[in-house]
Design a binder for this molecule. Structure first.
Ligand code: TXA
Ligand code: MG
Length: 592
């Protein structure tokens, strides 16, 4: 972190960079433009501002290494475990050359692979944005720190989204994303200024699929995070820095929100679905043969059977050793499809419109028709979900009949978030008396990481049967009504067993002091006393609940594989999706 004196020096340095950039901007002619190896343009301004930036940083922080876009030798820097600066002396050189004022100077200090300080200066308007003391600030037309104004993201209104999704080359993923998200407004603006606008609440989302480098976004990331937003990359995790060649993967920068609909993150890894064509053809054919197929969803991996075959459905129960009174969730590819099988009440409509595709399961009254009757196994209620995972969606669409799927683990155990978890539970033979698991679609880690929220929508008020990524607060906010908890005497959802999701080891919550022969699930900084413990799994060093959620089951499974007798879990805040994480841990800790 940096102190107030260093901050003042940084602001003065930004001022110097701004003045230099402007002196070139005013007198610019095209003879000053040369092209780099990668064919990107470079001007004298880039070179001169770079010199000022590097010399300035060396004076203020003599011991911290600097990686700059315009200092080629620094691109070999490998000590990313130590703090380092990422500098882009002029982001938006193309804008600069075209006399467009949206070019910026960028400084970011990286520690533990995350930006802990960021400063963006816009020379043309004499504006500076920066993060300091966990907050985001802006100074206009002046370089006096006392004139700084705090800025904050506005809360994303999902019915009225504004984005920065226009770019000169829109990828197929971005096109698909726009169709799903349906932004009301799309703003076209160059350079890292986009992050500043998000941080000031002028827009909600900035998806990016065309290539970027770390120095282009790290300062913006830091400012945005301090203003209440964040930047997520593949697998729905926060963007990290110090990667190979300083290249970023696709990302989504977003303003303030208690959750991110997983469909918003789809584009981050959707591009490789084409590679699965053969696997999908096989998966469909095995399902039609009434065999089981495991497939990834955004929550956890599912153990799928075709919803029109009683025999296939029965084999799920045998394979999982699941009690026969615990009904299954039907997965459809659209709400319209789901409407064929259950009655949609008013609240079911609103929830489906807001959270589908996504990690929400709706329990409704079963409609009277042949397929509904098989799906619900003759029961008067049926649970349905439209998953948002690209592979799951594709598979369900191909089969064109709902797929019934519980989590692909042995009943009572820890759910799977990776194909290898499924292999461990059902291998090495993948068949038994009355069941065959003939295909496992092996995709990446499920990016939500815990099972869907299950909501009974039959009445006027929703009843949460299982907590999940979509929290009680979100549901109540969208419906503007109270959300009820299930009544303990009548167990509407047989799956809500007190003991569930259990690893082999005993699980202890809210732990502070180490027991003997225990493994640890930590959250935030690892306490000094535990640093030598080899059986330790950190759910999120940066205290990010989304990350903790994503890694929870991998953590429990990892510690089990180490053969520890006890698993101690550090306290995890019981807010937002922390409620669902604690709910799962509570059940995991309960031995009956
Ligand atoms: O995220 C998920 O929901 C995953 C993925 C694969 O989609 N599926 C999943 O399924 O977690 P499963 O079977 O492990 O959990 C389904 C839960 C159980 O708690 C079950 O009791 C409840 O949903 N459920 C299913 N049908 C129900 C019904 N008709 N009424 C009440 N609860 C029901
Ligand atoms: Mg399950």
């Amino acid at each position: 972190m940096i102190n107030s004196k260093q901050l003042i020096n940084m602001i003065n340095l930004a001022k110097e960079c701004n003045l230099c950039a402007m002196s070139f901007f005013r007198q610019l002619d095209n003879t000053q433009v040369i092209f780099k190896k990668d064919e990107s343009p470079l001007t004298k301004a880039d070179i001169e501002v770079n010199k000022i930036a590097i010399n300035g940083l060396k004076k203020i922080f003599p011991n911290i290494s600097i990686v700059s876009e315009e200092l080629e030798s620094s691109h070999n820097f490998l000590e990313n475990d130590k703090p380092f600066w990422l500098v882009d002396p002029i982001d938006g050189t193309k804008e600069f050359i075209n006399k467009n004022p949206n070019f910026t100077v960028n400084f970011a200090l990286i520690k533990n692979n995350l930006p802990v300080f960021g400063l963006i200066a816009q020379p043309f308007t004499d504006t500076i944005w920066y993060s300091f003391g966990g907050k985001a600030w802006k100074i206009e037309k002046d370089y006096k720190i006392e004139k700084s104004e705090q800025i904050q993201c506005s809360k994303i209104n999902y019915n009225k989204i504004s984005t920065f999704s226009s770019s000169s080359h829109r990828s197929k993923e971005l096109e698909d994303w726009i169709t799903l998200v349906k932004p009301q407004k799309d703003i076209n603006i160059g350079s890292s200024i986009k992050f500043c606008h998000l941080a000031e609440g002028k827009a909600d989302l900035y998806p990016r699929t065309s290539p970027t480098m770390e120095w282009d976004i790290a300062a913006g990331h830091s400012i945005l995070k301090a203003a209440g937003g964040n930047v997520y990359c593949d697998a729905g995790l926060e963007m990290r820095y110090g990667k190979v060649n300083f290249k970023n993967t696709n990302f989504l920068a977003f303003g303030k929100t208690p959750y991110l609909p997983p469909k918003f993150l789809l584009f981050l890894n959707k591009h490789d679905v084409d590679k699965y064509e053969n696997d999908l053809v096989q998966a469909k054919s095995e399902l039609l043969k009434q065999n089981l197929v495991a497939f990834p969803t955004e929550t956890v991996y599912g153990l799928g059977a075709i919803g029109s075959s009683k025999k296939a459905i029965k084999s799920i129960y045998t394979a999982k050793r699941r009690p026969s009174n615990n009904p299954l969730i039907a997965h459809t590819f659209s709400k319209k499809e789901a409407e064929k099988y259950i009655e949609f009440t008013e609240i079911a409509n609103v929830l489906a419109n807001n959270f589908w595709p996504g990690p929400l399961t709706i329990v409704g009254q079963t409609k009277k028709n042949k397929i509904s009757n098989i799906l619900s196994q003759g029961k008067s209620t049926l649970a349905i979900r439209v998953p948002s995972h690209p592979l799951a969606m594709d598979l369900i669409k191909r089969v064109n009949i709902p797929i019934l799927a519980p989590s692909a683990n042995l009943s009572g155990g820890v759910s799977p978030t990776k194909a290898e978890h499924v292999k461990k539970d059902f291998g090495p033979h993948f068949k038994g008396k009355g069941w065959t698991l003939s295909k496992i679609l092996d995709y990446e880690t499920s990016y939500v990481g815990i099972e869907s929220t299950v909501v009974d929508c039959r009445g006027e008020k929703p009843i949460i049967l299982r907590h999940g990524y979509i929290t009680k607060e979100m549901i109540s906010e969208i419906l503007e009504t109270e959300v009820l908890d299930p009544n303990d005497d009548e167990l509407i959802s047989p799956g809500l067993l007190k003991s569930h999701y259990s690893p082999k080891a005993d699980v202890f919550l809210d732990q502070k002091i180490s027991m003997e022969n225990a493994g640890w699930l930590t959250f935030g900084n690892t306490p000094k006393s535990l640093q030598k413990n080899k059986n330790l799994f950190n759910l999120s060093p940066s205290k990010n609940l989304f990350q903790a959620c994503c890694l929870l089951y991998s953590g429990l499974r990892y510690l089990d594989s180490k053969g520890v007798k006890n698993i101690q879990v550090m306290p995890i805040p019981n807010i937002g999706i922390g409620v669902a994480i604690n709910d799962r841990l509570q059940r995991a800790s309960c031995k009956l």
